[in-house]
Write a protein that binds this ligand. Structure first.
Ligand code: AAM
Length: 336
């Protein structure tokens, strides 16, 4: 693997929320049983390019591969440094991980779903403050994560809507789950404004807590941060803003999220003063099934795909090279 040497470090926070067990809420795995393993497998794909301790390459119920394969393809082309933080994994991973004390998030309609939120936030903050890098690109993998992101946005009083790994966003189901979550914590929308740790503990997930801590720590030591991902990263931005940070925050995502009319990414990014970069891998120029599934609105984003594409673009790597490498990574794993 070549090294770009520009000091960009990619950090994947991988974890779980039992909110993903609800039928029809997520496509970040073939079924709710397999979804439990998705973040552990995504971490291995980023680190090694293949599952090692996990059994499967995550795919959606209709066969869309995990966006981790796109991020991995860019990593093979660029050679950026990558670190995985355990943001509440439910299954073992063979990827080396940094621990911050996060544990599995429970369903947000239960009481106190993320008891490790405060500790994980603070440990991640200390890590983010010291982590050597000229700039950080922060990514996530957590099935059900758009629903918990909605929970956090509502608890903070932000009216942004979230996207989905499914082509048809189950927005009504998400709203109902979030309403139940607020009720279980005796919160009205906006009650946790200015109190990000409370919001993420009561209606969020351990990955959001960890990402918010990492971002807060990084900017405290003047390391620029780009949040790599879609509307879950908007929730991270909201947490960091409600923590009092008013400086620069970047967000890099794919055109699949930007084109999702059930979420209004651009307006929400503006409202949070986030600098938005939208990338287009040109998958519509391919007739490969894996890329067609993304064009059909599946997956859309995840494991920092939009950020990886932005890094490729900045390094002058063409999207056709990225597509070629993605196809090679895919063939090696899923067709071979
Ligand atoms: C992560 N791994 C994935 C994947 N994601 N593997 C396959 N498909 C995906 N979409 P939702 O809230 O609908 O579950 O969407 C969020 C999840 O989808 C996150 O885990 C994100 O990284 C992505």
């Amino acid at each position: 693997m070549e090294h770009s040497g520009d000091g960009s470090r990619f950090v994947l926070v991988a974890g779980t929320t039992e909110t993903a067990r609800r039928d029809g809420i997520s496509a970040a795995g073939a079924d709710p049983e397999l979804m439990v393993e998705t973040p552990a497998a995504d971490a291995e794909l980023l680190a090694y390019g293949r599952p090692v301790r996990t059994e499967h390459v995550p795919v959606s119920p209709s066969g869309c591969p995990t966006p981790a394969l796109v991020t991995r393809a860019v990593r093979e082309l660029l050679g950026f440094e990558a670190t995985v933080v355990d943001g509440g994994l439910a299954e073992p991973t063979a990827a080396p991980t940094v621990t911050v004390g996060a544990s599995v998030g429970r369903d947000i309609a239960e009481q106190d779903p993320v008891p490790t939120a405060h500790g994980a936030f603070e440990a991640a903050r200390r890590f983010g403050r010291k982590l050597p890098a000229d700039e950080l690109w922060l990514a996530e993998s957590i099935p059900g994560g758009t629903t918990t992101a909605l929970g956090v946005l509502r608890a903070l009083g932000e009216d942004a809507m979230v996207s989905s790994s499914l082509p048809a966003n189950p927005t009504e189901q998400k709203r109902a789950v979030v309403e139940a979550a607020l009720e279980a914590s005796s919160l009205a929308p906006g009650d946790a404004a200015g109190d990000p740790k409370r919001a993420v503990r009561r209606t969020g997930d351990p990955v959001l807590a960890t990402l918010a801590g990492l971002t807060t720590g990084a900017v405290e030591s003047d390391t620029p941060v780009t949040l790599a991902g879609g509307t879950q990263q908007l929730a991270v931005a909201a947490l960091v803003r409600h923590g009092g940070y008013e400086g620069r925050l970047g967000l890099a995502t794919t055109k699949f999220v930007a084109a999702d009319e059930t979420a209004d990414l651009r307006a929400s990014a503006d409202a949070l003063s986030v600098d938005l970069t939208v990338t287009d891998p040109g998958f519509d120029e391919s007739d490969r099934v894996a890329m067609e599934r993304f064009v059909a609105g599946e997956a859309k984003e995840g494991v920092g795909m939009g950020g990886a594409l932005a890094l490729a673009d900045r390094a002058g790597i063409s999207m056709s090279e990225v597509r070629e490498r993605f196809a090679a990574v895919y063939d090696d794993l899923l067709d071979g």
